[in-house]
Design a protein around this ligand. Structure first.
Ligand SMILES: *[C@@H]1O[C@H](CO)[C@@H](O)[C@H](O)[C@H]1NC(C)=O
Ligand SMILES: *[C@@H]1O[C@H](CO)[C@@H](O)[C@H](O)[C@H]1NC(C)=O
Ligand SMILES: *[C@@H]1O[C@H](CO)[C@@H](O)[C@H](O)[C@H]1NC(C)=O
Ligand SMILES: *[C@@H]1O[C@H](CO)[C@@H](O)[C@H](O)[C@H]1NC(C)=O
Ligand SMILES: *[C@@H]1O[C@H](CO)[C@@H](O)[C@H](O)[C@H]1NC(C)=O
Ligand SMILES: *[C@@H]1O[C@H](CO)[C@@H](O)[C@H](O)[C@H]1NC(C)=O
Length: 487
């Protein structure tokens, strides 16, 4: 694998916490005075051993074996991915080395706050009984554990809790909003930065639209709305489906009105194996690029369900599978639209209306009378949940290779499997940041108040801005151009 040098140059960019604007994720510019860029997720779902292997009494989880993280960060860089989703992690444990490896390697994290154990999830068969302060204290501890890592892109409040059994679609939705409200209030009170909260939905054709409409709208500013929406979509089976037969055309037309970012929180149908992942070039980053912001392939490691792109061997070495090289060529060649933050439509407030939702799916519990927050939950929000290991990045970690071996698809050892780090001095920090008082004043005042470094960047900023203005391509214009080229 000598693609490494090529891939590294694009991955080794500084990581600044992502922000949201309208229906897009935004990657702020390293120079805060410059326009940010729309961020497309090129991701993979990561849970070696599968979610069922999670056991909080074991004292280990997917982010505790640093050797495995060095090994997998290298593989992620070879794949050209920028984000991983992890389903089950233990907030009691120290994840600093693993998260620092991924951060410095240019990988953002989307984390599910729940796990399958008692008191650590909302039970869809008993939402009323399981939405309580005991469960919320688990969620809050989870937030505490990860809130100080800048590469946490967002938290999933739930995964496929509202599913296609009409009883659950009737009873569960308002509890998801209650959990999200509590999470967002906890973050506002206990975290240094806003961390987006979203939901990961099952891909039932009627239910998915109703669920999105239900979760994205504004309910009297009660904090319960989703900041982003994930769909677990297996409709396009590579080598079999196309834009129409996969239903991506319907997805594109029915979800294009979303007011929050959409992503595939899982994708990669494996009916035909090996997978060629043409749904990426022909779908997700093709016709769906207007509506969706990328996605996460299910999944990194080969488990019983046969969705892996690597095999994890008994000695903790990994071997790339054919799916790995196929996915690599898709992500590596993916041409995602290049859009500036200034080209993205601002947030729009969309007031909740039950009838819109029940018109889509009559069995949906479009109830906006959200379950009340218990006094115990309120207390936890005000005072902080105690007990989590509160993680933070490690300062002095040098890039290296894992002592677990990496084998390529021909089972040859990859001898140079060293992870490449972004310039650590620049990672996670922005230049040209002005104090909030200065920012509140005029732009001129802000420029005057900054140092020599900042005024140099201000120049860069204005010439870039001029470049954009000269080209004069609007958000939709740029997209139609790109889509026209791709389709
Ligand atoms: C903000 O985060 C830093 C660590 O990055 C921590 O030391 C500090 O206490 C935090 N402040 C608040 C208000 O949470
Ligand atoms: C999208 O919004 C437009 C304008 O509000 C509306 O006419 C159209 O029906 C909506 N489409 C969907 C699929 O909801
Ligand atoms: C996807 O939806 C957008 C928004 O409605 C539309 O502009 C675009 O043409 C659609 N793409 C395809 C391939 O139909
Ligand atoms: C978005 O909001 C900003 C600040 O509130 C404003 O300056 C800008 O003009 C708005 N953009 C659009 C496209 O409305
Ligand atoms: C919650 O606290 C409020 C005010 O402190 C009190 O009036 C109310 O009865 C409490 N509710 C419960 C369920 O304990
Ligand atoms: C790999 O490194 C870890 C810690 O750095 C060490 O504990 C372990 O023994 C090493 N394993 C091998 C096979 O060298």
């Amino acid at each position: 694998m000598k693609l490494s040098t090529l891939l590294f140059s694009t991955l080794a960019a500084a990581l600044i916490p992502l922000e949201l604007k309208g229906k897009r994720f935004i990657r702020p510019s390293v120079d805060a005075q410059e326009d940010g860029e729309v961020f497309f997720i090129k991701g993979i779902d990561y849970q070696p051993g599968g979610s069922s292997a999670y056991d909080s009494s074991k004292g280990v989880d997917a982010f505790t074996d640093a050797e495995a993280c060095w090994r997998d960060a290298y593989a992620f860089q070879q794949l050209g991915i920028n984000t991983v989703r992890v389903y089950s992690l233990n907030p009691d444990l120290n994840h600093d080395e693993c998260v620092t490896i991924f951060n410095n390697a240019g990988i953002y994290l989307l984390l599910d706050v729940n796990n399958g154990e008692y008191g650590a999830n909302l039970n869809r068969a008993d939402p009323q009984g399981t939405y309580n302060a005991y469960y919320m204290s688990h969620v809050f501890k989870f937030i505490d554990s990860f809130k100080n890592y800048p590469n946490v892109l967002g938290f999933f409040s739930g995964n496929e809790v509202i599913n296609d059994d009409s009883n659950y679609a009737e009873t569960v939705p308002k509890y998801i909003r209650a959990v999200q409200r509590d999470m967002k209030q906890y973050i506002a009170k206990n975290s240094n930065r806003t961390i987006p909260v979203g939901y990961s939905s099952a891909d039932n054709t009627d239910l998915r639209r109703a669920t999105l409409e239900y979760l994205q709208c504004n309910n009297n500013d009660d904090d319960s709305q989703s900041d982003f929406f994930g769909l677990n979509s297996y409709q396009w089976c590579s080598g079999i489906s196309d834009w129409q037969s996969s239903g991506y055309d319907v997805l594109n037309s029915t979800l294009s009105n979303a007011t929050i970012p959409l992503l595939f929180s899982e994708f990669g149908c494996n009916t035909k194996s090996p997978r060629t992942f043409d749904e990426i070039s022909d779908g997700l980053f093709g016709g769906l690029a207007y509506t969706f912001s990328g996605g996460l392939v299910y999944e990194y490691s080969e488990e019983a369900s046969n969705y892996g792109v690597v095999e994890i061997n008994d000695d903790y070495s990994i071997t790339y599978l054919t799916d790995f090289t196929n996915l690599q060529s898709q992500y590596k060649d993916a041409s995602t639209p290049v859009l500036k933050s200034s080209q993205v439509t601002n947030d729009t407030k969309h007031t909740c209306d039950s009838s819109i939702i029940t018109d889509i799916y009559s069995g949906f519990g479009a109830d906006f009378d959200i379950p009340e927050q218990s006094n115990d939950t309120k207390w936890l929000i005000d005072n902080g949940a105690s007990g989590a290991y509160i993680g933070s990045l490690i300062d002095d970690l040098s890039p290296r290779k894992s002592n677990y071996t990496v084998y390529d698809v021909s089972s040859n050892e990859v001898s140079s499997a060293t992870v490449t780090f972004a310039d650590v001095d620049k990672a996670n920090t922005q230049t040209g940041v002005v104090s909030s008082t200065a920012a509140a004043a005029t732009t001129t005042a802000a420029a005057v108040g900054t140092t020599a470094t900042a005024s140099t960047s201000a120049k860069t900023s204005s010439s870039k801005a001029a470049g954009v203005a000269n080209v004069g391509i609007s958000f939709t214009g740029a997209l139609s151009l790109i889509l026209a080229l791709l389709i």
